[in-house]
Design a protein around this ligand. Structure first.
Ligand code: MG
Length: 316
């Protein structure tokens, strides 16, 4: 069994060449193992690479309008596609270009006229390396105890989503939650059951998230954070509180009720240049503090641009 068949989805490869015939020859060399896309236009490579998740780019160097090395520099300047490996495809008489390409960040080169066996071997190697890197990067962003996203992933995603929302004029919903009297829970039951409690809470929060692109992360200790679209923030917060209430994990030392519960700050916010992510997080943190001060086991919801705060309880 080759590595190709163990991948959940075929690797996606973009072939860039101003000559359609060259694209055809490369595509035929790759066969059916890959999801092959192509373009003859050097000026649209970066846009395509940012839009499609790609596993590899085969890049011609000599193209009208824009040289392959310029395209390579463009790709390296974009955070979204900076890490997509690029193999440059050059004619035999462009050896200087190969060196320049490798110096500019290409992972390898192939010379034209191409040998299908060499194309397949190099592509397979670099796609495997790319996928291994992706796997390691994913593992580094998972919380070891609960299996949900960790703080590092949360911080990275918040940066990306904040700037995307700013571009599109969207409103985000940010939540910070804290397990009520968790220190007393640990003191009473011990750290093993304390860890189990955090696992259950993480799973309940993930279950309460409505959409597949909602991000639920362990923010630290017994703190959790959520990023979602601000479409039904109140309902979402109530679902999360309900999911935790339904766990019915006994907590004899809690002032908030007989079971493990959560206090939650919920902020709808429209990102814009004059507002920092830290300011938004500080505002969510204040709401969380208010939920605690009002007796815990509840959420406090506010829109950043308005003063009114809505208290929310499980179920609604
Ligand atoms: Mg060309």
């Amino acid at each position: 069994m080759t590595a190709d068949t163990t991948w959940a989805t075929p690797a996606r490869i973009l072939i860039v060449d101003d000559e359609p015939l060259n694209i055809q020859v490369l595509a035929e060399a790759l066969g059916d193992d890959y999801d092959v896309r192509f373009t003859t236009r050097a000026d649209e490579v970066t846009t395509l690479a940012c839009r499609l998740p790609l596993d590899l780019i085969l890049l011609d160097l000599v193209m009208p309008g824009r040289h392959g090395l310029e395209v390579l520099a463009e790709l390296r300047a974009e955070a979204v596609c900076r890490d997509v490996p690029v193999i440059i495809v050059t004619a035999m008489n462009e050896l200087d270009n190969e060196e320049a390409g490798l110096n500019a960040g290409a992972v390898d080169y192939i010379t034209k006229p191409i040998s299908p066996a060499i194309v397949r071997a190099r592509v397979r190697t670099h796609v495997e390396l790319k996928r291994q890197r992706d796997q390691l990067a994913q593992l580094a962003e998972i919380d070891g105890l609960t299996g949900i996203a960790n703080r590092r992933r949360f911080d990275r995603e918040l940066q990306l989503r904040w700037h995307a929302a700013q571009r599109h004029g969207d409103t985000l919903c940010l939540m910070l939650g804290d397990v009520d009297h968790f220190k007393q829970y640990n003191d009473h039951f011990g750290h093993g059951p304390g860890d189990q409690c955090l696992k259950h809470v993480a799973a309940a929060l993930a279950q309460g998230a409505a959409r597949t692109d909602d991000l639920v992360a362990r923010y630290g200790g017994e703190e959790f954070a959520v990023i979602s679209r601000a479409e039904d923030s109140a309902a979402q917060a109530q679902r999360m509180l309900s999911a935790i209430a339904e766990l019915q994990l006994p907590h004899p030392l809690s002032s908030a009720g007989p079971y493990v519960s959560l206090s939650l700050g919920v902020l709808d916010v429209r990102p814009r240049p004059e507002l920092s992510i830290d300011a938004a997080l500080a505002a969510v943190d204040t709401l969380l503090y208010q939920a605690k001060r009002q007796g815990r086991r509840q959420a406090m919801l506010r829109h950043y641009d308005h003063d009114a705060i809505t208290p929310l309880r499980a179920g609604g």
